[in-house]
Design a protein around this ligand. Structure first.
Ligand code: EPU
Length: 418
Protein backbone atom coordinates (compact mmCIF):
# COMPACT_ATOMS: atom_id res chain seq x y z
CA UNK A 1 0.00 0.00 0.00
CA UNK A 2 1.28 3.47 -0.83
CA UNK A 3 2.20 6.07 1.77
CA UNK A 4 3.00 9.76 1.56
CA UNK A 5 6.13 11.21 3.13
CA UNK A 6 6.19 14.95 3.82
CA UNK A 7 9.10 16.91 5.22
CA UNK A 8 7.75 20.11 6.70
CA UNK A 9 9.03 23.64 6.74
CA UNK A 10 8.90 24.85 3.15
CA UNK A 11 6.57 27.75 2.25
CA UNK A 12 4.51 26.97 -0.85
CA UNK A 13 5.05 29.14 -3.91
CA UNK A 14 3.80 29.12 -7.47
CA UNK A 15 0.67 28.30 -9.36
CA UNK A 16 -1.65 25.32 -9.06
CA UNK A 17 -4.44 24.21 -11.33
CA UNK A 18 -7.52 22.97 -9.48
CA UNK A 19 -9.08 19.77 -10.85
CA UNK A 20 -12.72 19.16 -11.69
CA UNK A 21 -14.99 18.66 -8.69
CA UNK A 22 -15.50 15.05 -7.62
CA UNK A 23 -18.85 15.91 -6.04
CA UNK A 24 -20.06 17.55 -9.26
CA UNK A 25 -18.75 14.81 -11.54
CA UNK A 26 -20.37 11.94 -9.60
CA UNK A 27 -24.01 13.11 -9.94
CA UNK A 28 -23.41 14.26 -13.52
CA UNK A 29 -22.13 10.78 -14.41
CA UNK A 30 -25.16 9.25 -12.65
CA UNK A 31 -27.42 11.56 -14.69
CA UNK A 32 -26.29 9.85 -17.91
CA UNK A 33 -28.42 6.89 -16.83
CA UNK A 34 -31.57 8.93 -17.44
CA UNK A 35 -31.50 8.43 -21.21
CA UNK A 36 -29.79 6.29 -23.84
CA UNK A 37 -26.97 7.83 -25.85
CA UNK A 38 -23.39 9.06 -25.87
CA UNK A 39 -22.29 11.63 -23.30
CA UNK A 40 -18.93 13.37 -23.18
CA UNK A 41 -17.92 14.85 -19.82
CA UNK A 42 -14.77 16.95 -19.66
CA UNK A 43 -12.57 18.12 -16.79
CA UNK A 44 -13.47 14.95 -14.87
CA UNK A 45 -10.90 14.38 -12.10
CA UNK A 46 -8.85 11.18 -12.30
CA UNK A 47 -9.90 9.69 -8.96
CA UNK A 48 -10.78 6.35 -7.42
CA UNK A 49 -14.40 7.46 -6.87
CA UNK A 50 -14.75 8.25 -10.58
CA UNK A 51 -13.37 4.81 -11.41
CA UNK A 52 -15.95 3.29 -9.04
CA UNK A 53 -18.94 5.07 -10.59
CA UNK A 54 -17.71 4.16 -14.10
CA UNK A 55 -17.52 0.51 -12.96
CA UNK A 56 -21.03 0.85 -11.62
CA UNK A 57 -22.28 2.12 -14.97
CA UNK A 58 -20.46 -0.66 -16.81
CA UNK A 59 -22.21 -3.17 -14.54
CA UNK A 60 -25.55 -1.65 -15.59
CA UNK A 61 -24.72 -2.34 -19.23
CA UNK A 62 -23.43 1.11 -20.24
CA UNK A 63 -19.96 1.68 -21.63
CA UNK A 64 -17.78 4.15 -19.75
CA UNK A 65 -14.32 5.12 -21.00
CA UNK A 66 -12.07 7.49 -19.15
CA UNK A 67 -8.96 9.10 -20.59
CA UNK A 68 -7.21 12.47 -20.20
CA UNK A 69 -9.86 13.76 -17.80
CA UNK A 70 -12.64 13.03 -20.28
CA UNK A 71 -15.34 10.45 -19.64
CA UNK A 72 -17.18 9.12 -22.66
CA UNK A 73 -20.27 7.31 -21.50
CA UNK A 74 -22.70 5.47 -23.73
CA UNK A 75 -25.87 4.47 -21.95
CA UNK A 76 -27.69 3.11 -25.02
CA UNK A 77 -27.35 -0.52 -23.97
CA UNK A 78 -28.10 -0.02 -20.28
CA UNK A 79 -30.29 -2.92 -19.20
CA UNK A 80 -29.50 -3.68 -15.53
CA UNK A 81 -31.04 -1.91 -12.56
CA UNK A 82 -28.82 -3.07 -9.70
CA UNK A 83 -25.98 -1.31 -7.84
CA UNK A 84 -24.24 -4.15 -5.96
CA UNK A 85 -22.89 -4.04 -2.42
CA UNK A 86 -19.28 -4.46 -3.56
CA UNK A 87 -19.32 -1.09 -5.32
CA UNK A 88 -21.63 0.81 -2.97
CA UNK A 89 -19.52 -0.12 0.05
CA UNK A 90 -16.49 1.43 -1.70
CA UNK A 91 -18.32 4.68 -2.31
CA UNK A 92 -21.52 5.89 -0.67
CA UNK A 93 -22.23 8.28 -3.53
CA UNK A 94 -23.18 5.18 -5.57
CA UNK A 95 -26.63 5.84 -4.14
CA UNK A 96 -26.86 8.59 -6.77
CA UNK A 97 -27.86 5.97 -9.35
CA UNK A 98 -31.08 5.24 -7.44
CA UNK A 99 -33.16 8.18 -8.74
CA UNK A 100 -32.02 7.97 -12.39
CA UNK A 101 -32.42 4.16 -12.55
CA UNK A 102 -35.92 4.35 -11.15
CA UNK A 103 -36.89 7.11 -13.59
CA UNK A 104 -35.54 5.33 -16.65
CA UNK A 105 -36.10 1.63 -15.86
CA UNK A 106 -39.09 1.82 -13.54
CA UNK A 107 -37.11 -0.08 -10.95
CA UNK A 108 -33.85 0.07 -9.05
CA UNK A 109 -32.08 -2.25 -6.64
CA UNK A 110 -29.32 -0.43 -4.80
CA UNK A 111 -27.32 -1.71 -1.86
CA UNK A 112 -27.84 0.33 1.31
CA UNK A 113 -24.60 2.25 1.90
CA UNK A 114 -24.38 1.69 5.68
CA UNK A 115 -22.47 4.00 8.02
CA UNK A 116 -19.05 5.43 7.35
CA UNK A 117 -16.15 6.83 9.35
CA UNK A 118 -17.67 10.32 9.64
CA UNK A 119 -21.17 9.34 10.72
CA UNK A 120 -24.22 7.12 10.27
CA UNK A 121 -25.22 8.95 7.09
CA UNK A 122 -28.69 7.47 6.56
CA UNK A 123 -30.49 7.85 3.21
CA UNK A 124 -34.01 8.05 4.66
CA UNK A 125 -34.67 11.44 3.02
CA UNK A 126 -33.74 10.08 -0.43
CA UNK A 127 -36.19 7.22 0.08
CA UNK A 128 -39.01 9.33 1.54
CA UNK A 129 -38.58 11.74 -1.37
CA UNK A 130 -38.88 8.98 -3.94
CA UNK A 131 -41.97 7.66 -2.14
CA UNK A 132 -43.49 11.14 -2.49
CA UNK A 133 -42.95 10.72 -6.23
CA UNK A 134 -45.02 7.53 -6.13
CA UNK A 135 -42.27 4.92 -5.83
CA UNK A 136 -42.80 1.84 -3.71
CA UNK A 137 -39.73 1.23 -1.58
CA UNK A 138 -38.76 -1.95 0.26
CA UNK A 139 -35.61 -2.66 2.22
CA UNK A 140 -34.62 -6.29 1.83
CA UNK A 141 -31.38 -8.20 2.33
CA UNK A 142 -29.41 -4.96 2.69
CA UNK A 143 -30.80 -3.55 -0.54
CA UNK A 144 -33.23 -0.77 -1.40
CA UNK A 145 -35.78 -2.14 -3.85
CA UNK A 146 -37.60 0.72 -5.55
CA UNK A 147 -40.35 0.41 -8.13
CA UNK A 148 -42.60 2.82 -10.02
CA UNK A 149 -44.19 2.28 -13.41
CA UNK A 150 -44.21 6.03 -13.92
CA UNK A 151 -43.07 8.52 -11.28
CA UNK A 152 -45.53 11.31 -10.44
CA UNK A 153 -44.63 14.86 -9.43
CA UNK A 154 -44.91 15.60 -5.72
CA UNK A 155 -43.95 17.99 -2.94
CA UNK A 156 -40.92 17.13 -0.85
CA UNK A 157 -39.80 18.84 2.32
CA UNK A 158 -36.34 17.86 3.51
CA UNK A 159 -35.82 17.99 7.30
CA UNK A 160 -32.16 18.87 6.64
CA UNK A 161 -30.79 20.07 3.31
CA UNK A 162 -29.22 16.92 1.83
CA UNK A 163 -26.83 17.29 -1.09
CA UNK A 164 -27.05 13.86 -2.75
CA UNK A 165 -30.70 13.58 -1.65
CA UNK A 166 -31.56 16.79 -3.53
CA UNK A 167 -29.61 15.48 -6.54
CA UNK A 168 -31.33 12.10 -6.48
CA UNK A 169 -34.82 13.60 -6.34
CA UNK A 170 -34.01 16.25 -8.92
CA UNK A 171 -32.84 13.57 -11.37
CA UNK A 172 -35.80 11.28 -10.72
CA UNK A 173 -38.31 14.15 -11.06
CA UNK A 174 -37.07 15.19 -14.51
CA UNK A 175 -39.01 12.29 -16.07
CA UNK A 176 -41.96 12.25 -13.64
CA UNK A 177 -45.48 13.13 -14.75
CA UNK A 178 -46.28 16.62 -13.47
CA UNK A 179 -44.47 19.04 -11.20
CA UNK A 180 -42.18 18.33 -8.27
CA UNK A 181 -41.25 20.91 -5.66
CA UNK A 182 -38.29 20.30 -3.36
CA UNK A 183 -38.38 22.50 -0.26
CA UNK A 184 -35.38 23.07 2.02
CA UNK A 185 -33.25 21.83 -0.87
CA UNK A 186 -29.46 21.89 -0.66
CA UNK A 187 -27.92 24.84 -2.51
CA UNK A 188 -24.38 23.67 -3.29
CA UNK A 189 -22.74 24.74 -6.58
CA UNK A 190 -22.64 21.04 -7.52
CA UNK A 191 -26.45 21.03 -7.48
CA UNK A 192 -26.58 24.00 -9.84
CA UNK A 193 -24.05 22.27 -12.12
CA UNK A 194 -26.19 19.12 -12.21
CA UNK A 195 -29.38 21.10 -12.89
CA UNK A 196 -27.66 22.95 -15.74
CA UNK A 197 -26.63 19.66 -17.33
CA UNK A 198 -30.12 18.20 -16.89
CA UNK A 199 -31.73 21.31 -18.41
CA UNK A 200 -29.40 21.06 -21.39
CA UNK A 201 -30.57 17.44 -21.72
CA UNK A 202 -34.12 18.79 -22.02
CA UNK A 203 -35.27 18.83 -18.40
CA UNK A 204 -37.22 21.74 -16.94
CA UNK A 205 -35.65 22.54 -13.55
CA UNK A 206 -36.09 25.99 -12.04
CA UNK A 207 -34.27 27.74 -9.20
CA UNK A 208 -31.59 25.13 -8.47
CA UNK A 209 -29.24 26.81 -6.01
CA UNK A 210 -32.15 28.18 -3.96
CA UNK A 211 -34.02 26.47 -1.13
CA UNK A 212 -37.05 25.71 -3.31
CA UNK A 213 -36.43 23.84 -6.56
CA UNK A 214 -39.25 23.25 -9.04
CA UNK A 215 -39.04 20.49 -11.61
CA UNK A 216 -41.60 20.15 -14.38
CA UNK A 217 -41.45 16.59 -15.67
CA UNK A 218 -40.71 16.09 -19.38
CA UNK A 219 -41.35 13.16 -21.73
CA UNK A 220 -37.75 12.47 -22.67
CA UNK A 221 -34.13 13.63 -22.39
CA UNK A 222 -31.17 13.63 -24.79
CA UNK A 223 -27.44 13.11 -24.24
CA UNK A 224 -25.12 16.14 -24.01
CA UNK A 225 -21.51 17.16 -23.58
CA UNK A 226 -20.68 18.84 -20.27
CA UNK A 227 -17.76 20.40 -18.43
CA UNK A 228 -17.20 19.73 -14.72
CA UNK A 229 -16.78 22.81 -12.49
CA UNK A 230 -13.59 23.27 -10.46
CA UNK A 231 -13.35 21.54 -7.10
CA UNK A 232 -14.02 24.11 -4.38
CA UNK A 233 -12.78 21.77 -1.65
CA UNK A 234 -9.50 21.01 -3.40
CA UNK A 235 -9.12 24.77 -3.94
CA UNK A 236 -9.86 25.47 -0.27
CA UNK A 237 -7.31 22.82 0.76
CA UNK A 238 -4.56 24.54 -1.28
CA UNK A 239 -5.59 27.96 0.02
CA UNK A 240 -5.28 26.79 3.63
CA UNK A 241 -1.92 25.19 2.76
CA UNK A 242 -0.61 28.55 1.50
CA UNK A 243 -1.69 30.33 4.68
CA UNK A 244 -0.33 27.53 6.85
CA UNK A 245 3.14 27.47 5.26
CA UNK A 246 3.24 31.28 5.04
CA UNK A 247 3.75 30.99 1.31
CA UNK A 248 2.14 32.63 -1.68
CA UNK A 249 0.26 30.68 -4.32
CA UNK A 250 -2.09 31.32 -7.19
CA UNK A 251 -4.93 28.97 -8.00
CA UNK A 252 -6.62 28.64 -11.35
CA UNK A 253 -9.64 26.57 -12.33
CA UNK A 254 -11.83 27.23 -9.30
CA UNK A 255 -14.63 29.77 -8.97
CA UNK A 256 -13.96 32.12 -6.01
CA UNK A 257 -17.72 32.60 -5.62
CA UNK A 258 -17.93 28.94 -4.52
CA UNK A 259 -15.31 29.34 -1.78
CA UNK A 260 -16.48 32.57 -0.14
CA UNK A 261 -16.69 31.23 3.43
CA UNK A 262 -13.14 29.87 3.25
CA UNK A 263 -11.85 33.14 1.75
CA UNK A 264 -13.64 35.05 4.50
CA UNK A 265 -12.15 32.92 7.29
CA UNK A 266 -8.64 33.06 5.81
CA UNK A 267 -8.82 36.86 5.67
CA UNK A 268 -10.14 36.93 9.23
CA UNK A 269 -7.08 35.05 10.42
CA UNK A 270 -4.74 37.45 8.68
CA UNK A 271 -4.01 35.88 5.30
CA UNK A 272 -4.14 37.94 2.13
CA UNK A 273 -6.60 36.64 -0.46
CA UNK A 274 -7.26 38.26 -3.79
CA UNK A 275 -9.66 36.80 -6.34
CA UNK A 276 -10.39 37.84 -9.90
CA UNK A 277 -11.70 36.19 -13.07
CA UNK A 278 -8.31 34.62 -13.76
CA UNK A 279 -7.63 33.04 -10.39
CA UNK A 280 -7.20 33.30 -6.64
CA UNK A 281 -4.01 34.45 -4.91
CA UNK A 282 -3.37 33.53 -1.29
CA UNK A 283 -0.48 34.79 0.79
CA UNK A 284 0.08 33.70 4.36
CA UNK A 285 0.68 36.23 7.15
CA UNK A 286 3.60 36.01 9.60
CA UNK A 287 1.16 35.39 12.42
CA UNK A 288 -2.03 33.37 11.96
CA UNK A 289 -4.80 34.61 14.25
CA UNK A 290 -7.21 32.08 15.77
CA UNK A 291 -10.80 32.33 14.57
CA UNK A 292 -13.92 30.31 15.37
CA UNK A 293 -15.52 28.18 12.67
CA UNK A 294 -18.88 26.44 12.45
CA UNK A 295 -19.67 24.11 9.58
CA UNK A 296 -23.03 24.63 7.90
CA UNK A 297 -24.79 23.69 4.66
CA UNK A 298 -23.80 25.86 1.68
CA UNK A 299 -23.25 28.82 1.63
CA UNK A 300 -21.91 28.26 5.14
CA UNK A 301 -18.42 26.99 5.93
CA UNK A 302 -18.13 23.52 4.34
CA UNK A 303 -17.77 20.46 6.55
CA UNK A 304 -15.40 19.15 3.87
CA UNK A 305 -12.95 21.94 4.85
CA UNK A 306 -13.22 21.55 8.63
CA UNK A 307 -10.30 19.16 9.13
CA UNK A 308 -7.95 21.22 6.96
CA UNK A 309 -8.91 24.46 8.74
CA UNK A 310 -8.32 22.81 12.09
CA UNK A 311 -4.69 22.24 11.14
CA UNK A 312 -4.33 25.95 10.43
CA UNK A 313 -5.87 26.77 13.80
CA UNK A 314 -3.59 24.28 15.54
CA UNK A 315 -0.59 26.55 14.81
CA UNK A 316 -2.48 29.86 15.14
CA UNK A 317 -2.13 32.54 17.79
CA UNK A 318 -4.87 31.99 20.37
CA UNK A 319 -7.85 29.70 20.92
CA UNK A 320 -10.26 28.62 18.23
CA UNK A 321 -13.58 26.83 18.67
CA UNK A 322 -14.47 24.64 15.72
CA UNK A 323 -18.04 23.35 15.68
CA UNK A 324 -19.11 20.55 13.36
CA UNK A 325 -22.83 20.66 12.69
CA UNK A 326 -23.21 18.37 9.64
CA UNK A 327 -21.71 15.02 10.62
CA UNK A 328 -21.64 13.53 14.13
CA UNK A 329 -18.18 11.96 13.97
CA UNK A 330 -16.06 14.23 11.87
CA UNK A 331 -13.22 14.81 14.33
CA UNK A 332 -11.36 11.61 13.52
CA UNK A 333 -8.29 13.59 12.48
CA UNK A 334 -7.95 15.05 15.99
CA UNK A 335 -6.28 12.03 17.58
CA UNK A 336 -3.65 12.00 14.83
CA UNK A 337 -3.07 15.76 15.12
CA UNK A 338 -2.55 15.29 18.87
CA UNK A 339 0.19 12.81 18.06
CA UNK A 340 1.84 15.57 16.04
CA UNK A 341 1.80 17.91 19.03
CA UNK A 342 -1.46 19.82 18.50
CA UNK A 343 -3.43 20.97 21.55
CA UNK A 344 -7.08 20.09 20.87
CA UNK A 345 -9.89 19.16 23.24
CA UNK A 346 -13.17 17.78 22.00
CA UNK A 347 -16.47 18.39 23.73
CA UNK A 348 -19.45 17.00 21.81
CA UNK A 349 -19.43 18.59 18.39
CA UNK A 350 -16.99 21.33 19.41
CA UNK A 351 -13.21 21.20 19.21
CA UNK A 352 -11.21 23.67 21.28
CA UNK A 353 -7.99 24.25 19.39
CA UNK A 354 -5.22 26.04 21.26
CA UNK A 355 -2.52 27.16 18.85
CA UNK A 356 0.94 25.69 19.47
CA UNK A 357 4.25 27.03 18.20
CA UNK A 358 5.16 23.89 16.28
CA UNK A 359 3.92 20.50 15.14
CA UNK A 360 6.28 17.56 14.95
CA UNK A 361 6.33 14.95 12.21
CA UNK A 362 5.03 11.48 13.06
CA UNK A 363 3.65 8.38 11.38
CA UNK A 364 -0.10 8.99 11.05
CA UNK A 365 -3.10 7.56 9.28
CA UNK A 366 -6.63 8.61 8.61
CA UNK A 367 -9.92 6.98 8.01
CA UNK A 368 -11.60 9.43 5.67
CA UNK A 369 -10.80 11.62 2.73
CA UNK A 370 -10.69 15.11 4.23
CA UNK A 371 -9.03 13.88 7.43
CA UNK A 372 -6.24 12.46 5.26
CA UNK A 373 -5.88 15.80 3.49
CA UNK A 374 -5.57 17.53 6.85
CA UNK A 375 -2.68 15.25 7.79
CA UNK A 376 -0.84 16.15 4.59
CA UNK A 377 -1.30 19.82 5.51
CA UNK A 378 -0.03 19.19 9.03
CA UNK A 379 3.00 17.45 7.52
CA UNK A 380 3.77 20.55 5.42
CA UNK A 381 4.48 22.60 8.57
CA UNK A 382 5.64 19.92 10.99
CA UNK A 383 9.26 19.51 11.97
CA UNK A 384 10.97 16.55 10.30
CA UNK A 385 9.05 13.93 8.40
CA UNK A 386 5.40 12.91 8.57
CA UNK A 387 4.46 9.53 7.14
CA UNK A 388 0.80 9.25 6.14
CA UNK A 389 -0.56 5.79 5.56
CA UNK A 390 -3.92 4.56 4.24
CA UNK A 391 -3.74 7.15 1.52
CA UNK A 392 -6.32 5.32 -0.58
CA UNK A 393 -8.74 7.72 1.13
CA UNK A 394 -6.81 10.62 -0.36
CA UNK A 395 -6.83 9.01 -3.80
CA UNK A 396 -10.63 8.92 -3.69
CA UNK A 397 -10.86 12.70 -3.79
CA UNK A 398 -7.59 14.51 -4.61
CA UNK A 399 -6.03 14.20 -8.04
CA UNK A 400 -2.22 13.90 -7.88
CA UNK A 401 -2.10 15.83 -4.62
CA UNK A 402 1.56 15.08 -3.88
CA UNK A 403 2.62 16.15 -7.38
CA UNK A 404 0.71 19.41 -7.06
CA UNK A 405 2.27 20.18 -3.67
CA UNK A 406 5.76 19.18 -4.90
CA UNK A 407 5.39 21.55 -7.87
CA UNK A 408 4.78 24.35 -5.34
CA UNK A 409 8.01 23.54 -3.50
CA UNK A 410 6.90 21.07 -0.83
CA UNK A 411 9.16 18.15 -0.02
CA UNK A 412 6.64 15.39 -0.48
CA UNK A 413 6.64 12.02 -2.18
CA UNK A 414 4.57 8.89 -2.56
CA UNK A 415 6.31 5.67 -1.62
CA UNK A 416 5.24 2.08 -1.82
CA UNK A 417 5.14 0.60 1.66
CA UNK A 418 5.15 -2.94 0.23
N1 EPU B 1 -28.90 12.94 6.20
C1 EPU B 1 -29.93 12.24 6.78
N2 EPU B 1 -30.75 11.52 5.96
C2 EPU B 1 -30.59 11.48 4.61
C3 EPU B 1 -29.53 12.20 4.04
C4 EPU B 1 -28.70 12.93 4.86
O1 EPU B 1 -30.12 12.26 7.98
O2 EPU B 1 -31.38 10.82 3.92
C5 EPU B 1 -28.04 13.76 7.06
C6 EPU B 1 -26.57 13.30 7.03
O3 EPU B 1 -26.33 12.23 7.90
C7 EPU B 1 -25.85 14.59 7.40
C8 EPU B 1 -26.72 15.66 6.73
O4 EPU B 1 -27.99 15.07 6.51
O5 EPU B 1 -25.89 14.75 8.78
C9 EPU B 1 -26.21 16.21 5.42
O6 EPU B 1 -25.75 15.13 4.62
P1 EPU B 1 -25.85 15.16 3.03
O7 EPU B 1 -26.92 14.22 2.58
O8 EPU B 1 -25.93 16.55 2.54
O9 EPU B 1 -24.44 14.53 2.63
P2 EPU B 1 -24.17 13.66 1.36
O10 EPU B 1 -25.05 14.09 0.26
O11 EPU B 1 -24.14 12.23 1.72
C10 EPU B 1 -22.39 15.25 0.29
C11 EPU B 1 -20.95 15.14 -0.15
C12 EPU B 1 -20.05 15.02 1.07
C13 EPU B 1 -20.25 16.27 1.94
C14 EPU B 1 -21.74 16.41 2.30
C15 EPU B 1 -22.04 17.68 3.07
C16 EPU B 1 -21.15 14.10 -2.32
C17 EPU B 1 -20.92 12.90 -3.18
N3 EPU B 1 -20.81 13.99 -1.02
O12 EPU B 1 -22.66 14.06 1.02
O13 EPU B 1 -18.71 14.99 0.61
O14 EPU B 1 -19.48 16.16 3.11
O15 EPU B 1 -22.54 16.41 1.11
O16 EPU B 1 -21.64 18.77 2.37
O17 EPU B 1 -21.58 15.12 -2.80
C18 EPU B 1 -16.42 14.43 0.69
O18 EPU B 1 -16.33 14.82 -0.50
O19 EPU B 1 -15.42 14.18 1.40
C19 EPU B 1 -17.75 14.27 1.27
C20 EPU B 1 -17.96 13.52 2.36
Amino acid sequence: MDEILVKGGRPLHGEVSVSGAKNAALPMIAATILTGGRFVLRNVPDLKDIETICQLLAGLGASAKFEDNTAVIDTTGLFQHEAPYDLVRKMRASVLVLGPLLARMGRARVSLPGGCAIGARPINMHLEGLEKLGASIKLEHGYVEAKAKKLQGGEIFFDIPTVTGTENIMMAATLAKGTTVIRNAAKEPEIIALAEMLNRMGADIRDAGSTVITIHGVEGLSPVEAHIIGDRIEAGTFMVAAALTKGKIRLTGADPAHIKPVIHKLRECGAFVDADDEGITVQGADVIQSVDVKTLPYPGFPTDMQAQFMVLMSVANGLSVISESIFENRFIHVSELLRMGADITISGNHAMVKGVSRLSGAPVMATDLRASASLVLAGLVAENTTRISRIYHLDRGYEAIEKKFAAMGAIIKRVSAG
